[in-house]
Design a protein around this ligand. Structure first.
Ligand code: ZN
Length: 303
């Protein structure tokens, strides 16, 4: 009896330890990163004019994960009007403890629309939110090393046609066939109904296994809309952000994003309108999702 009591006590203490260890997202810092990146001084972070945002990202990453080996990958591209530009992806990785040569790619674009007609488009939700969440995840996985190597990709020039993702999948820094999953965040902080949408399971239904359990246990309302034949035109989001380029190469992906809101691609996409608790919960959901897939994915891509 005494022995049993001791075992129960041990399990209890161990569970407290586990809960404590998993609660790694620093909410205050998460919000601070979003607020800074979407402040007027960053000028709406347009591709070709977002050096300040890029410098901020690199400094934050190097402070969080000194061994991260950040790489700034520059590339040329043409915009919708065939005008040439230069873009800069910020890419780094945290090496996996068990499968260092197999990869999960967490991505978020850090560019936005810049200044138009004297108005600054700060893009707090689109996509300072995903960018800040990715920084929080760099910190988390630096402290809790994953089994697979996680590549953190802060993409540039998404707003000009997924150009940073184009560059990455065309010429990835690792063997493309060893990329097991892309998790892309684009607009994850503004929703009045506590609802986040996930795309990816229509094209890659095997992702449903781990994902459904995660969704059941989440305090958020998680929908799986905007993919499949019932969603057409701009209502189909399978290629609406950088994950589209992974899909085109047959790489499984999960895209996290909110429904469009009144601030979408407007100067009113500002920090004051984001839902802070919701944003924190979505970041946690992405953390848990990444952890579960890191645990469950087979070394070879089979999903
Ligand atoms: Zn976006």
């Amino acid at each position: 009896m005494k022995h049993l009591f001791f075992r129960i006590l041990c399990i209890f203490v161990f569970n407290i330890f586990l809960v404590g260890a998993s609660a790694q997202i620093d909410k205050a810092q998460l919000l601070k990163d979003l607020e800074i990146l979407s402040s007027d001084e960053y000028g709406g972070r347009p591709a070709g004019g977002n050096e300040k945002a890029r410098t901020y990202l690199i400094e934050r990453i190097e402070g969080l994960a000194p061994a991260y080996a950040t790489m700034v990958d520059s590339f040329g591209f043409l915009d919708y009007f065939r005008k040439p530009h230069k873009g800069y992806n910020v890419v780094g990785k945290i090496i996996g403890t068990k499968f260092p040569d197999h990869f999960l790619v967490l991505s978020a674009h850090y560019d936005h629309l810049g200044v138009r007609s004297d108005k600054i488009y700060n893009g707090a939700d689109d996509n300072a939110s995903g960018t800040a969440a990715l920084l929080a995840l760099v910190r988390h996985f630096q402290q809790n090393p994953p089994k697979h190597t996680i590549i953190f990709a802060f993409f540039d020039a998404e707003e000009l046609g997924l150009k940073g993702a184009d560059r990455f999948v065309e010429d990835p820094p690792v063997a493309r066939e060893n990329i097991l999953l892309n998790i892309n965040l684009d607009m994850v902080s503004r929703n009045e109904d506590n609802t986040i949408n996930i795309c990816g399971t229509y094209d890659f239904p095997k992702l449903n296994g781990p994902l459904n359990k995660i969704i059941q246990e989440s305090s958020l309302i998680v929908t799986k809309k905007h993919e499949g034949p019932n969603f057409t035109g701009s209502d189909n989001w399978t290629k609406s952000s950088d994950h589209g380029r992974f899909l085109e190469r047959g790489i499984p992906y999960l895209y996290f994003g909110v429904e469009d809101h009144p601030g979408y691609h407007k100067p009113s996409d500002d920090f004051e309108f984001i839902n802070q608790d919701f944003f924190y919960e979505v970041t946690n959901l992405v953390r848990i999702t990444t952890e579960q897939f890191d645990k469950k994915l087979k070394k070879k891509r089979k999903v």
